[in-house]
Ligand binder design. Structure first.
Ligand code: ADP
Length: 476
């Protein structure tokens, strides 16, 4: 059963019962009230007639005897009937259970009424068409006086009242039912709206939100539902992005592996199937070695990225001066090959982090700077302390990076057009900066890049973690 019907039916049934019970009780109460008034009047009248009759009977019994007395009593009864009977009242006098005057046909008198009793009492009599209140009481021990008061009109008025009330009840109930229907529909509409929104979200429309109207419990529920829906859709979006990124990663990896593997295979096939000169041999084996190096470099970086993902680094003071010096010495053959100069400037001596990861990061940045530089250029590696951070900067005078590519260079497998064009020569697969970013993130550091094509590129690392600050103050 629908929710609004679950409210409608009980309210309708309760309302109907209460309404009709109220009407019935009111009608009953007013009838009883009128009946009591009529009964009191009948009692009073009976009392008055009985007292007067008693006096007259006393007078007759003092004056007459035997048959003469009986005649006098009958003519007295006749006189009382003429005096007190009218359209709505009648009186009856009994002696020894026998009526001394005519009983109206429609007045059903029971024997108990005709029997003398100690006290005055009343009953409601009826013959179907007419209704009476009959008050009975003993007069002078021998006689029973019954005073009947016609209440047919009262009963008729009561019936008419009940009919009118019933008719108005039906009309009022019809109007109330229609109003109740619209009221419940209106009040339960937000639940229906909420239900529609839930169904649409379940069907995949994650942008749908429930309307929040007013500030009652349903409005609170709708707003909580919207919060939940936003959270769910954000999670789903996140998962979708993640799975897209994963798919992209796999596609890129497959693509990046295909090029060197094809080159290795075709050079090996060439050596196996053709007669080759010494120069051909050197060419083919050099190609094989270069491509193997490329795969090695790629797998090392991928492994590093994978391992770093689960790594919880233990931060210790890293002596930047010695680290810069060490890197310079280890990379000097690479620099010398291109006739490059590496200028070091170390104003901030320490940062707080993992020395080998920081070294990996700087080597990757320097490697890129070397690849991007023309021969006989200069590369600057410096560190300096700011008020609330330590900044490491690496500046080259190489080919630079175009503005629109700056946002993408930290994504795995992203390479600039220049690098892609010279892919086999440069050997990178676009993983170096992704690794650098990951290491910076692990240290809570920020990595920024600025570049002017044809003039050079500057990478800036900003270490600002609280531990970093402690270390700063420790070493200041
Ligand atoms: P790879 O591992 O192939 O070197 P990276 O992720 O390190 O790739 O770099 C991404 C892209 O950014 C590469 O195509 C590279 O050419 C370019 N890039 C990185 N550093 C510099 C730089 N200092 N100057 C110019 N281009 C750079």
């Amino acid at each position: 059963m629908k929710f609004w019907l679950k409210i409608f039916w009980p309210v309708f049934i309760l309302f109907t019962c209460a309404f009709y019970a109220g009407i019935f009780l009111t009608a009953q109460f007013s009838y009883k009230n009128s009946l009591n008034t009529s009964r009191e009047q009948a009692f009073a009248q009976h009392k008055f007639i009985a007292a007067s009759l008693s006096k007259d009977l006393d007078a007759i019994s003092g004056r007459t005897e035997g048959e003469e007395r009986q005649k006098a009593v009958l003519s007295l009864v006749e006189y009382y009937v003429e005096t007190y009977e009218n359209q709505t009242t009648s009186i009856q006098l009994f002696q020894g259970g026998k009526s001394l005057n005519d009983i109206p046909q429609n007045l059903p008198m029971s024997d108990t009424l005709k029997t003398p009793s100690d006290s005055r009492r009343s009953v409601v009599l009826g013959d179907g068409d007419r209704q009476y209140i009959a008050v009975t009481g003993t007069v002078q021990n021998d006689y029973v006086l019954i005073y009947a008061y016609d209440i047919t009109q009262l009963v008729g008025a009561q019936k008419r009242l009940i009919k009118a009330l019933l008719l108005s009840c039906i009309i009022i109930e019809l109007i109330t039912t229609v109003l109740l229907y619209f009221l419940i529909k209106y009040l339960t509409k937000p639940i229906k709206t909420l239900q529609d929104a839930t169904s649409r979200i379940a069907a995949g429309e994650y942008g749908v939100r429930a309307e929040v109207r007013g500030n009652d419990e349903i409005a609170a529920l709708a707003s909580q539902f919207n919060g939940m829906a936003a959270e769910v859709s954000a999670r789903i979006e996140e998962q979708t992005q993640l799975s897209l990124a994963r798919q992209q990663f796999i596609d890129n990896l497959a693509h990046e592996l295909k090029t060197p593997l094809t080159a290795i295979y075709s050079n090996a096939e060439l050596l196996q199937t053709t007669k080759f000169s010494d120069d051909d041999l050197i060419d083919a084996t050099s190609q094989i070695m270069r491509q193997t190096n490329r795969i090695q470099d790629m797998s090392k970086k991928l492994l590093d990225i994978a391992l770093n993902r689960k790594l919880k680094i233990e931060k210790k003071p890293v002596d930047l001066k010695s680290l810069f010096q060490k890197i310079k010495e280890e990379m000097s053959p690479t620099f010398n090959q291109k006739g490059l100069d590496l200028i070091l400037c170390c104003d901030a001596d320490f940062i707080f982090g993992d020395a080998s990861l920081i070294e990996n990061l700087l080597v990757n940045l320097l490697d890129n700077a070397v690849k991007a530089s023309k021969t006989k250029g200069t590369i600057y590696l410096s560190s300096r302390r700011r008020k609330d951070s330590v900044v490491i900067e690496l500046r080259d005078q190489g080919i630079g990076i175009r503005k629109e590519q700056l946002n993408s260079i930290f994504e795995p497998f992203y390479r600039t057009d220049f690098a892609r064009a010279k892919s086999s020569e440069r050997g990178g697969a676009g993983l170096g900066l992704a690794l650098c970013k990951q290491i910076a993130d692990l240290h809570g550091a920020e990595i920024k890049v600025q570049s002017v094509p044809g003039k050079g590129t500057t990478f800036t690392l900003i270490f600002t973690t609280p531990q970093q600050l402690n270390e700063n103050s420790m070493t200041a």
